[in-house]
Structure formats: structure tokens, C-alpha cells
Design a protein around this ligand. Structure first.
Ligand code: ATR
Length: 278
């Protein structure tokens, strides 16, 4: 790709950022749509974050993604926030409107759109959801599920106080469950989501007996390294529909690309395969 003076620029702010799959993902869409633009890694030390973000619109950038560890720190550089970023207290997408920096959060919409695409028979209103974890990802997932109309969300986290805090902050149908009671909480559930790091390469295993989970219940792991986690393999073996975690990463990127480059891109099988190759 040869850039010109008119090329549109975006990138991803992180520290470190070398592991990020976002340049590959956005690069695929830029090529596919023959857009005169570029999406670049922007390694940014925490102490430089606010200065670097403020410089981007002045350098002609259209916006940026924000990843670990900057999703909260970047709030200090934002002039305004969308509703999702405000409620999550975290930003993953910046859109520049002249010098004005808007912080958005697309993690919740990415999570839901992945389920809608990969499990068209699943609907939020059909029954309770069990969510494991109470970190940043869990927060996005729980808010998205509550907004989508899930009638009951059973939230279990190793450190129960974090789940209590999350439930208390949300005006939603959230019941906190003891970590040791997570198996019993599967009774009658329509969805199980793992938002913890358990099951990820290099982390511990997620130990949960799936016996009480109804056979129609959808199981989603937001871990995508490996793509087929032990949880998904065990759920699949007993006949439950399963959705892996890479799609959430792909879908959360769609609104940013659309805002910066003016084309709403598609999440396809070819894109999934391309982003997973490395
Ligand atoms: P993210 O922003 O990706 O959600 P995070 O905020 O670090 O990441 O959250 C990690 C989640 O994985 C938390 O729910 C954490 O539980 P604690 O709140 O008790 O720390 C969970 N987690 C990590 N390691 C775990 C383990 N060994 N057993 C159970 N839960 C674990």
C-alpha cells in the first residue's frame, strides 16, 4: 500500500502493542475495500498516554483503538464519551471530530453481535445467563446482556466482592453467586459465558461441572487462545451449541473502522481465518 497525503490514518494504542491483532484485522479490511488508508500499532507508555492521544487528531488521525493497559487511563484525554464508555468506565475506540476526542466502547456490541452471528437460534429473552468473572470484560458482557433483555444474570467470581460491586453499580437483573456454587447456577440457564482468563494458554483450567446445564444452552468463551478451550470442547461433547471468542474481537472493531474509513466492514469466515493465522 502506497500512502498519499490524503490517506486516512488510524491505529491502536497499547503497551506493549506488538501482540495486537488489530493491525492485521483492519489491514485486511483496508485492502479488501481498496481504501487509501493505514492502521498502525502505536506503542504508548502509560506516562505519555494523554499527550500522545491529544497529538493524534493534530497529526491527522481519524481515530484509534485503545487496548491493555490504557482502556481506563485514556478517559483523561477524552472530551466526550458515548453512553457505553460512560457506563463501563472504559474506552476501546476513539473517534476524532476535528480536535474533539470522543471515547466509545464497542466491547458489549461486539460480544452480542458475535453471538447473534454465530448462534442465530439464541435469543437474549429466552432464559437466564450465567457469567463467570467480574473484570472489565465481564462488565461489558453483563451490561450488554441486561440491555438486550436477558431476564436474569447469575454472576460468579472468585473474588465475590468484585461481583457484588459490579452488581450494585448496575441497574439490572443480576444475582451474585458464590464461585463454589457456579455449577448449581447452571440449572435452567440458557447461556454460559466465561470472561475469566481461565482456559487461556498459560493460565489455569476452568473447573466447572457442566452436568446441570440444559442441552440447548449456548456456551461462549471469550478466551480465544486457544480457540477451542477445554470449556468449549466439553460443552460441544455433550451437545451444547458453542461460540468461541475470536468473533468478539472482530465485531468490536466494526464500528471504529466504519467511523474512520466510511465503510461498514463484514465479519466473514475468511477474515476469521486470516486474523487467526500469525
Ligand atoms: P479482563 O479485563 O480481561 O476481564 P481482569 O479484569 O484481569 O481482565 O479480570 C480477570 C478475571 O479472571 C477476574 O474475574 C478474575 O477473578 P478475580 O476477580 O477473583 O481476580 C478471573 N480470574 C483470573 N484468574 C483466576 C483464577 N485462577 N481463578 C478464578 N478466577 C480467575
Amino acid at each position: 500500500m502506497i500512502l498519499t497525503g490524503r490517506s486516512r490514518l488510524a491505529g491502536v494504542l497499547g503497551w506493549p502493542v506488538a501482540h495486537s491483532r488489530s493491525p492485521r484485522l483492519h489491514g485486511y479490511w483496508l485492502d479488501q475495500h481498496a481504501i487509501d488508508g493505514a492502521y498502525v500499532p502505536l506503542p504508548t507508555a502509560p506516562e505519555d498516554l494523554v499527550d500522545c492521544v491529544r497529538a493524534l487528531p493534530r497529526l491527522g488521525f481519524m481515530g484509534a483503538n485503545v487496548t491493555v493497559p490504557h482502556k481506563q487511563g485514556v478517559l483523561a484525554a477524552c472530551d466526550r464519551l458515548d453512553d457505553h464508555a460512560r457506563r463501563l468506565g472504559a474506552v476501546n475506540t476513539l473517534v476524532f471530530d476535528g480536535p474533539t476526542i470522543e471515547g466509545r466502547n464497542t466491547d458489549g456490541v461486539g460480544f452480542l453481535n458475535n453471538l447473534y452471528q454465530r448462534a442465530p437460534n439464541w435469543g437474549p429473552a429466552a432464559g437466564p445467563a450465567v457469567v463467570l468473572g467480574a473484570g472489565g470484560a465481564a462488565r461489558a458482557v453483563v451490561i450488554a446482556l441486561a440491555d438486550a433483555g436477558v431476564p436474569e444474570i447469575r454472576l460468579a467470581n472468585r473474588t465475590r466482592t468484585k461481583a457484588d460491586t459490579l452488581a450494585a453499580q448496575l441497574d439490572g437483573p443480576v444475582t451474585v453467586i458464590d464461585w463454589d456454587e457456579k455449577t448449581a447456577a447452571l440449572e435452567g440457564a440458557n447461556l454460559l459465558v466465561n470472561t475469566t482468563s481461565l482456559g487461556m494458554i498459560g493460565h489455569g483450567a476452568l473447573e466447572i461441572d457442566l452436568t446441570p446445564l440444559p442441552p440447548h444452552a449456548l456456551v461462549n468463551d471469550i478466551v480465544y487462545q486457544p480457540l477451542e478451550t477445554d470449556l468449549l470442547a466439553r460443552a460441544r461433547a455433550r451437545g451444547n451449541p458453542v461460540v468461541d471468542g475470536i468473533g468478539m474481537l472482530l465485531h468490536q472493531a466494526v464500528p471504529g473502522f466504519a467511523a474512520w474509513f466510511g465503510v461498514r466492514p463484514e465479519v466473514t469466515e475468511t477474515l476469521r481465518d486470516f486474523v487467526l493465522q500469525d
